[in-house]
Design a binder for this molecule. Structure first.
Ligand code: WTA
Length: 631
């Protein structure tokens, strides 16, 4: 596999990837095991959009993880699992052992009627079986859709129904820090409103009481008991879907981003090896959850395709104390550590004491993902975790991009605080003005777009291709629009400035303002609401909701509480507003559009420059809102 070795090498590869993209990608794709080679490297147009990579190639991604690697790596550790409780023994699965589990579970899925193209929902804790479930689906060509286990039953049901999934794979419960969450009970509630689920497989994890519905629900240990451990890989077309992952956009309900087999395989391995500069024998740890794209690409697929050892952690950074991450790094001699700025900021707040017992001297590379990393957190992470001598890769990418797009390559290209820095070879980002004209040169700022396809890009939004077109390909003709603002500094390094659309990034998790508003509006006394993001010390952005309510003699405090509850029920605790302000009206233009800019300013506690409010339909309401916010 082609690992860039030097800055000169990067410049050379990058040049080649732009001038001769097909030759560049062919050479990378050739290092994989294909059942049949592709006829054409790429076919694309961004209008429809219609993008195909490695056209007519045939493969199975799990053959590239197992059969391709087993010869040399069978006894090497594939997954090291660290439990929530520090006292519970960790588990190591070699490539051979993981392969056996994947094939056995794949046969169990088949026995329950799952076949190529069927959708399977995975709603599980961070245990190796979550990866086994994903890979077993991939083995037989079923399309997995992992739903983060913190989402509510109604969010889960929506996703099951949207993709008409046939099966849910889950667990009895889920340990997270001091909490034990009754996951199966959430699934049971979701299944009251699902329309297509035929069976449920339940992994025993917390051993709490669960009810199993006869003929529908089965224990994991029962379904694998008599299954064979041999399962030939289904032959997949490059463009057959590999998985669907739901993510929030600027409008409506979350949409199912579809990734396909060939391109996703090629790009996740290429980007993993190059960004982290993984070397054989290293232990790599990404702290994300498999429910997010980071867990898909950089806990499961990228590392396992590379024959790497990937660590999976079930718990949370602060349990049993704020030294847990550092303890795990020392315990398993982690070489590459990849986490989110929100975790860094939360741990930074505990000071240096939790770090004292730990050496952290195995670390070679540290990484950041999910949101802009502020300079203070960058320096703390670099100095105290990386001890000043680990490259810090600030990796910018999205659910839709499938893999890391802009990032330093560890130790190869320079890293600069708070800058994602340079595009990976093969990635052609540009900054555009509001009309979509490319802004060239340095020291410029605008909206971030990508002008040429890359193998792991989104192909469609499940069941609604037009939505994919509207969200990403119609703002600027001929370009993929990321929804992020960016700056190219005087050295030519890219700095991501954050979302420019109605998406809020809370602790690295994407929430659509419309989605949160819809949830708030479900409360029977809510008349209307408007949600904006505002700066939050730990979470990066917090959720601020302005709500018009029919008070019905209730106290404001009890209503606010109920609204929080409603959002938790409809989406999950991650969408719970940090601040709720009850208002009598919302600032609107004469055409009835909510002036979010004003609401954002108030939430930011900056009312110095509200602009002309006299043309609003209801200018008085602005003063009331300012007063209500205590400003
Ligand atoms: C943001 C997560 C700044 C960005 C992989 C993007 C970042 C959204 C970075 C995607 C970064 C992600 N610096 N911002 N290094 N990484 N983002 O789909 O706003 O959960 O559009 O994918 O997170 O979030 P998603």
């Amino acid at each position: 596999m082609l690992k860039v070795q030097s800055l000169g090498g990067y410049i050379h590869e990058y040049q080649k990837s732009v001038t001769q993209p097909e030759i560049f990608w062919d050479r990378i794709a050739e290092s994989f095991h294909w059942k049949k080679k592709w006829d054409k490297t790429v076919e694309w147009e961004f209008k429809t959009p219609d993008v195909k990579w490695f056209v007519n190639g045939k493969l199975n991604i799990t053959e590239n993880i197992f059969e391709r690697n087993l010869f040399t790596l069978g006894d090497a550790p594939a997954i090291i699992w660290e439990a929530n409780e520090p006292g519970e023994a960790s588990v190591t699965l070699t490539y051979n052992a993981l392969f056996e589990k994947v094939c056995t579970f794949a046969n169990a899925l088949k026995a329950k009627g799952i076949k190529k193209g069927d959708r399977v929902i995975i709603y599980m804790p961070m245990v190796p079986e979550a990866a086994v479930a994903m890979l077993a689906c991939a083995r037989i060509g079923a399309i997995h859709s992992v739903v983060f286990a913190g989402f509510s039953s109604s969010a889960l049901a929506d996703r099951c129904n949207d993709c008409q999934a046939k099966m849910v794979i889950t667990s009895d419960g889920n340990f997270r820090g001091t909490k034990s969450i009754p996951v199966k009970a959430v699934v049971d509630e979701a299944l009251e409103t699902t329309t297509s689920i035929e069976s449920v497989i339940v992994l025993e994890r917390t051993k709490i009481d669960v009810s199993l519905k006869e003929g529908r629900d089965f224990w994991w240990h029962d379904v694998v008991a008599n299954a064979s451990s041999e399962c030939p890989a289904e032959i997949m077309d490059s463009e057959d879907p590999l998985f669907i992952l739901y993510t929030s956009g600027s409008t409506g309900k979350p949409k199912g981003v579809v990734h396909t087999c060939g391109g996703y395989m090629v790009y996740t391995q290429y980007s993993f090896l190059n960004v982290f500069q993984y070397a054989p024998g290293d232990v790599y740890w990404c702290t994300a959850d498999v429910g997010w794209i980071t867990g898909h690409s950089y806990i499961v697929y990228g590392p396992l395709l590379s024959g790497a050892t990937t660590l999976m952690f079930e718990g949370v950074p602060t349990y049993p104390n704020a030294g847990r991450f550092w303890e795990v790094i020392d315990k398993h001699k982690v070489n590459q550590f990849y986490t989110a700025p929100t975790a860094i900021r939360a741990l930074q707040a505990f000071g240096l004491e939790p770090l004292e017992p730990y050496k952290l001297d195995s670390l070679k590379v540290i990484g950041s993902v999910g949101e802009p990393i502020n300079e203070e957190a960058w320096h703390w992470y670099h100095t105290h975790i990386g001890k000043g001598n680990c490259p810090l890769v600030d990796t910018w990418w999205q659910t839709e991009t499938g893999g890391i797009m802009v990032s330093a390559l560890a130790g190869i290209t320079p890293n600069k605080p708070a800058h994602a820095s340079l595009p990976l070879p093969g990635i052609q980002p540009i900054i555009v003005d509001p009309d979509g004209n490319e802004i060239t040169g340095n020291n410029v700022q605008g909206n971030l777009c990508i002008k040429y396809p890359w193998p792991s890009m989104i192909r469609t939004t499940y069941g609604d291709h037009d939505r994919c077109k509207q969200e990403y390909f119609s703002t600027y003709e001929g370009l993929y629009f990321t929804g992020d603002g960016a700056k190219r500094d005087h050295d030519g390094y890219i700095r991501i400035l954050g979302r420019v659309d109605d998406v809020i990034n809370v602790s690295g998790h994407r929430m659509g303002t419309a989605e949160v508003e819809n949830a708030i509006n479900e409360h029977p006394l809510v008349v209307e609401s408007a949600v904006v993001g505002y700066p939050h010390d730990i979470k990066g952005q917090g959720i601020y909701a302005y709500v018009i309510c029919d008070m019905e003699n209730r106290s404001e405090a009890s209503l606010v509480n109920e609204i929080r509850q409603t959002v938790t029920q409809i989406i999950g605790p991650i969408a719970k507003p940090d601040a709720i302000q009850i208002v009598s009206g919302l600032p609107k233009t004469r055409s009835g559009k909510i002036m979010r800019r004003i609401l954002r300013k108030v939430a930011e506690k900056d009312i110095s420059n509200l602009g002309d409010t006299s043309t609003l339909l209801n200018p008085d309401v602005v003063d009331e809102i300012i007063k209500g916010a205590g400003l």
